[in-house]
Write a protein that binds this ligand. Structure first.
Ligand code: ATP
Ligand code: MG
Ligand code: MG
Length: 380
């Protein structure tokens, strides 16, 4: 019996464990929260991911370790990697944890990025804004997620407020200024690379964010072959450079037909949740296959899929469950503003049918605004 250890016990760990059950896998899930949502799978609650006694116990009880949480301290990942196989490797995790290291690597690999500059001081912020140009965004280099730790600088008058908001974190997590990209579309490549270097991607996904949080994903994104090949090539270059093993996502802005890389997520990704029902092999199962050195599964789509995120509180399930292609995921979390508590995936044979299903669900749940941009894209 193989046991997979997962650092972080959120919904990603939970979906990984559910997807790994048919493979006969066992799981051990480490988290700092006693009520973590994957807690029903052999939970291990720790005060701190750096706790060496806890890490030793974890290493002694699993065959391989992976992550649900990208901000596990890289020294903890490195400590484990000296004792058991850890995928993705700690270097890849470390690069993806730091927006400056990540964007620097993208640029080295020839992957276009928005202009960016590191910021250490208040004076440095003035210089960085001058270098990058307005409008721009001040972001924390580390620990940001769901758009947290970001401040938009529209005019020079916003610089003081940006520094007041994030300057106190300059020494602890570091800061970076990035040019604001007036994109037409946001896309993500969800990809998997095996231990032997085999590389596969799922069909490109288009994403919509509200207040920095993913709201909806549509696959396949309607793109031409050149754009698809470019996006896939960027993801493969990145995976090969990092000797990456497992699933990751590369987030891209598409502006006037040009792709600019925003960030990578060194783990299964919210924009790949549709793969559970919308593709031959889900991102969760392929991640497990990759880290265990098993053959990777086919990533082709079965139909057209749209994922809707539920933020803050769960809506009523009945409207989605009444749909022929409706699938419901309640993470069992308590309601809290801005928190991802669940999602639904709608699957259909054609884009027209998917648009109809989305309209019915939008009306049934009073969420017309959430489905509107997706319906518009499907009909456009
Ligand atoms: P997550 O990891 O949850 O995707 P995050 O906190 O790491 O989010 P980003 O992905 O950097 O944050 O930003 C969140 C969203 O904010 C982006 O998906 C995009 O919609 C918008 N955004 C971020 N950076 C830029 C930019 N430079 N130009 C335009 N929009 C941006
Ligand atoms: Mg991020
Ligand atoms: Mg992001």
């Amino acid at each position: 019996m193989t046991t997979v250890g997962i650092l972080g016990g959120g919904q990603l760990a939970r979906m990984m464990a559910l997807s790994g059950a048919p493979l006969g896998l066992r799981f051990k899930v480490m988290d700092t929260a006693p009520d973590a949502c994957a807690g029903q799978f052999a939970p291990m609650v720790v005060g701190d991911y750096r706790d060496e006694a806890a890490l030793a116990e974890f290493a002694g009880s699993v065959d391989v370790a992976t992550f649900d949480f990208e901000n596990v301290p890289s020294e903890s990942a490195a400590w484990l990697a000296e004792r058991i196989p850890v995928f993705p490797n700690p270097r890849a995790l470390g690069v993806a944890q730091d927006r400056l290291a990540e964007k620097t690597l993208f640029r080295e690999l020839g992957i276009p990025v928005p202009p960016f500059a590191a910021v250490d001081t208040r004076e440095g912020l003035d210089g960085a804004v001058a270098e990058v140009g307005l409008p721009c965004i001040l972001k924390t280099r580390r620990l940001g997620y769901d758009g947290k730790g970001q401040f938009r600088i529209r005019t020079a008058d916003d610089i003081d407020a940006a520094w007041a908001a994030l300057g106190p974190q300059a020494d602890s997590v570091g800061l970076i200024v990035e040019g604001f990209v007036a994109f037409q579309r946001e896309l993500s490549v969800v990809a998997v690379r095996g231990r032997d270097g085999e590389f596969r991607t799922w069909p490109l996904t288009e994403n919509w964010h509200v207040d920095g949080v993913l709201s909806a994903s549509l696959a396949p994104a309607a793109v031409d072959d050149v754009l698809l090949a470019t996006a896939t090539g960027h993801a493969q270059a990145l995976a090969d450079a990092l000797d990456y093993v497992g699933v990751f996502a590369l987030e891209l802005f598409c502006r006037d037909g040009e792709l600019l890389a925003n960030e990578m997520a060194p783990r299964v990704h919210n924009s790949g949740h549709w793969t559970l029902e919308g593709s031959e092999t889900s991102q969760f199962q392929n991640h497990l296959r990759a880290v265990l050195g098993l053959p990777l599964g086919d990533t082709r789509m079965v139909g057209q899929a749209c994922m809707l995120n539920w933020i803050g509180a769960m809506p009523d399930a009945a409207t989605v469950l009444a749909e022929a292609g409706g699938h419901w995921h309640d993470y069992g979390k308590s309601a809290r503003e801005g928190r991802k508590v669940g999602h639904a995936t709608l699957r259909a044979e054609s884009r027209a049918e998917l648009a109809h299903a989305l309209e019915r669900v939008g009306q049934g749940l009073g969420r017309e605004a959430q489905v509107a941009p997706v319906v518009e894209r499907l009909r456009g």
